[in-house]
Design a protein around this ligand. Structure first.
Ligand SMILES: [Zn+2]
Length: 55
């Protein structure tokens, strides 16, 4: 499953989650630290490098 990285605007913490595409599209991402839905997706360098290698 794809691995996503997020930043929480409520508590200013970064976290990562492994989500199915269905869960991701439903917007069910909440911060594991404070439970806020004010999260923004971040693309990690690791993800970019991995996708380039496989392309
Ligand atoms: Zn939070």
């Amino acid at each position: 499953m794809p691995h996503y990285e997020f930043f929480c605007h409520a508590c200013k913490k970064l976290f990562s989650k492994t989500l199915s595409l269905a869960d991701y599209e439903k917007g069910r991402v909440v911060c594991p630290h404070c439970g806020s839905k004010k999260v923004e997706q971040r693309w990690s360098a690791f993800t970019v490098i991995t996708s380039k290698k496989s392309a």
